[in-house]
Design a binder for this molecule. Structure first.
Ligand SMILES: Nc1ncnc2c1ncn2[C@@H]1O[C@H](COP(=O)(O)OP(=O)(O)O)[C@@H](O)[C@H]1O
Ligand SMILES: [Mg+2]
Length: 367
């Protein structure tokens, strides 16, 4: 999941690395021992094997580690009961189970778009997956930050997302499997939209309506956290990580969530705004070209309504973006979001154009 970085506590006392040979002179830390025990239960260890366990950075809702098995490295993820952020954001650890199921479902549709799942240990809330080396699978967020801004990649993200939505649309069994309102509401709709409604009484009616519409639209399997931080840029296209908000619901949520990041990146690196907005366009058009479950204009219409709500939420909700902290940045977001929430436009191109006009002004002042 993606949450505020400034509030992240250090990643547990997990900085224990023991030799892959299994002979270690210092005792394994309790936490690392738990990962090794889970690997054993998952049947992933050979006789007597005690792999080195090293923590990975970047996660806030989980402990995520690398285990160096004799057969090569793998990744283990364990959901935390309380996210490593401010106090009042809790989420059931069982959400891990749906993350694994999302990976399996999406993997059957687009095998290259997810890490291979290697094992699951539900009792401890852990699962193991293929380890994707950073060198071959850079995080899209960091590429965008560093000026590696590839509209063709954004287009692939949109195409793949729509493919997963199209193949799960109108599917009663998948809907039943991912009946996760009890997770999606507290982990997505409440902290983003309801929290923002509390901060903006004048916009509350509009934001609460978004919660009602999104929460009651059940069309396809939603990932729930399609952020560049959770997308790796692999040799065979995008790889989606972190599906613990998986939910059978409104696919417009995933599209709006990802498009939102293309808007926000303009505040991070104003000088590259037009390139981020080209990614916005390519993501939008490739996604909409893959909409089969309703008229693309219907998906676009809900996305157009939702996007300003999610945009404002990244400033005034429970999960503000770490690189949007200056007064001018927040003012720009509040200004456009307020305008769009009070006087909705009809399509995504209009949102892009409105933001482009603003971006041109702050690029000259802050770029
Ligand atoms: N299979 C993997 N291989 C390599 N690195 C991974 C893998 N899964 C996750 N990571 C790294 O760990 C980070 C956090 O993982 P993520 O699933 O997004 O956890 P969280 O829910 O805590 O955000 C990712 O941004 C990525 O850098
Ligand atoms: Mg994540």
């Amino acid at each position: 999941m993606q949450l505020i970085a400034g509030h992240v506590e250090s990643l547990m006392p997990l900085d224990v690395s023991v030799p892959a040979s299994g002979q270690h002179s210092t005792p394994l830390h309790a936490n690392a021992r738990e990962f090794v025990a889970a690997l054993g239960r998952m049947g992933l260890l050979s006789a007597g094997e005690v792999p080195a366990i090293t923590p990975l950075t970047g996660g806030v809702s989980s402990d995520i580690v690398r285990a160096n098995l004799r057969s090569g490295p793998i990744c283990i993820k364990r959901a935390l009961p309380k996210l490593k952020v401010t106090a009042d954001w809790q989420a059931p650890v069982e959400r891990n189970r749906w993350e694994v199921q999302w990976m399996a479902t999406a993997g059957a549709i687009a095998p290259d778009a997810v890490p291979r799942i290697l094992g699951e240990d539900r009792d401890s809330g852990m699962f193991a997956m293929q380890f994707l080396e950073e060198h071959d699978y850079p995080v899209w967020k960091f590429q965008l930050r560093d000026g590696i801004i590839d509209p063709a990649f954004a287009s692939e993200v949109g195409r793949t997302l729509a493919l997963i939505h199209a193949h799960t649309a109108d599917n009663g069994a998948v809907a039943q499997q991912f009946a996760t309102d009890h997770i999606f509401f507290p982990i997505r709709l409440e902290p983003y939209l309801n929290a923002t409604a509390r901060a903006h009484p004048d916009l509350a009616a509009s934001l609460e309506e978004l919660v009602r519409i999104t929460g009651s639209t059940k069309l396809a399997l939603v990932h729930g956290d399609v952020s560049p931080k959770n997308i790796l840029s692999g040799p065979r296209g995008p790889v989606f990580l972190d599906a613990e908000c998986a939910w059978y619901g409104d696919p417009a949520f995933d599209l709006a969530f990802c498009l939102n990041h293309m808007l926000l990146k303009c505040l991070w690196r104003p000088q590259w705004s037009s390139r981020y907005l080209e990614c916005f366009d390519r993501l939008r058009s490739s996604y909409l070209a893959g909409v089969t479950w309703e008229l693309p204009a219907q998906t676009e219409s809900r996305t157009t309504r939702l996007l300003p709500g999610l945009f404002l939420a990244r400033v005034d909700g429970k999960s503000p973006v770490e690189y949007v902290s200056a007064d001018w940045q927040r003012a720009a977001v509040r200004d456009l979001a307020t305008q769009l929430l009070l006087r909705p436009v009809t399509n995504l191109a209009e949102i892009k154009q409105a933001w482009q006009r603003k971006a041109d002004t702050f690029a000259s002042m802050h770029g």
